[in-house]
Design a protein around this ligand. Structure first.
Ligand SMILES: [Zn+2]
Length: 365
């Protein structure tokens, strides 16, 4: 069997590009050298991402986000992309989408946008070729925190510009409760879901408050995922609403969804800094999260990797075996040792996300 491809269901690439000027055509080690002593390194850690690293790690597809924080949850004085109102949100999300457009136009051999099934197919076929070692990385655009959608009628424009996945919350939004700001779906939230369903957009439950997630699972007819979220059951005493309670996981499984496991140490072993630092967090914690979902599902077909790398943390805050995204593959022998078959492992690395993409992507535009 050939080495399976990896699909990472959550990377805030555009936010990093526009906030810190990060250039993801470069290797992570190169960017680290350039950023030594910089603000980027201070506030977001050493980068874990770059095109050469995607090649080494066989990262064929990335769900690449549009993300901005509301000013009340501004990430720091340096955060130039927070928004005070809907027009500002629209502006930042739009600029990030332009940044992806720019990236794929400037570097078509390195990055391509995936908007329909044949785009995905072309990327996958390229990664199967043995006559070259260089492959384009496919970007599927995911809007995280949907305040960039000023009214449901705008969904058509976002869809035309390539958005294929929407997560209504980050902090709470006018659509629903979110991380640190509880609450169910509002009238605006139900209207958003109704609009999304027309385009069969995938709904991302990550960051949605438990009540809102359960309401959405009951009503949204299209594909449902959690692009980057871990099981709360393994993270007791965190006091955080950010992780998935069993009821939401079971709802996702019933709806045929997929969950992307986050590779941030505080999402794997809360209190890790006090408990010995990085050396105390191994990839076994990642595999435990994967295995937990598989045990609940009774199979290996509903979980993947949603690293969230460069999303507010870097090299300093990931499991000890990881230097760049290329090292995520080191979970393969651990899964294998636990009894996962080659087919299971290929599904976990990429196959399960392909299932969701085939539901969310249109045949033609
Ligand atoms: Zn997030």
């Amino acid at each position: 069997m050939t080495d399976p491809i990896l699909i990472d269901s959550h990377e805030d690439l555009a936010w990093n590009m526009l906030t810190f000027g990060r250039n993801y055509t470069l290797a992570a080690t190169e960017t680290r050298r350039m950023e030594e002593g910089s603000n980027a390194q201070q506030v977001n850690g050493d980068t874990l991402l770059g095109w050469p690293d995607y090649q080494h790690g066989r990262v064929a597809v990335i769900f690449s986000t549009l993300f901005a924080a509301p000013v009340r949850r501004k990430l720091g004085d340096w955060d130039r992309q927070s928004y005070a109102d809907l027009d500002e949100a629209h502006m930042h999300y739009s600029a990030q989408l332009d940044a992806y457009q720019h990236l794929v136009e400037q570097h078509p051999a390195m990055f391509r946008k995936i908007e329909k099934r044949s785009d995905l197919q072309a990327i996958l076929e390229h990664w199967q070729r043995s006559d070259t070692e260089e492959h384009p990385v496919g970007l599927v655009v995911l809007m995280e925190g949907a305040e960039g959608v000023r009214q449901p009628a705008e969904l058509e424009e976002w869809y035309r510009r390539g958005v294929r996945i929407i997560g209504p919350a980050w902090a709470g939004t006018r659509f629903c409760g979110g991380t640190g700001e509880p609450g169910g779906l509002t009238k605006d939230g139900y209207d958003l879901l109704e609009g999304m369903a027309e385009f069969s957009l995938a709904l991302d439950l990550s960051h949605m408050d438990e009540l809102a997630a359960i309401q959405a699972l009951d009503t949204y007819p299209g594909p449902i995922i959690a692009s980057h979220a871990n099981a709360l059951a393994l993270l007791k005493n965190t006091g955080s609403h950010r992780h998935l309670p069993n009821q939401v996981i079971e709802g996702l499984l019933n709806r045929g969804g997929t969950i992307g496991i986050v590779l941030a140490n505080n999402f794997l072993r809360p209190g890790w800094k006090e408990a010995g630092g990085r050396s105390g967090v191994t990839l076994d914690y990642v595999v435990a999260q994967i295995d937990y979902i598989c045990q609940l599902a009774g199979n290996a077909f509903h979980v993947g990797i949603g690293s969230d790398f460069d999303g507010g943390f870097g090299l300093q805050s990931v499991p000890m075996e990881i230097d760049t995204i290329a090292d995520v593959r080191k979970i393969i022998p651990i899964l294998s040792q636990k009894g996962y078959t080659e087919a299971d492992i290929a599904a976990i690395l990429g196959g399960n996300w392909l299932t969701q993409l085939n539901k969310a992507l249109p045949e033609v535009l």
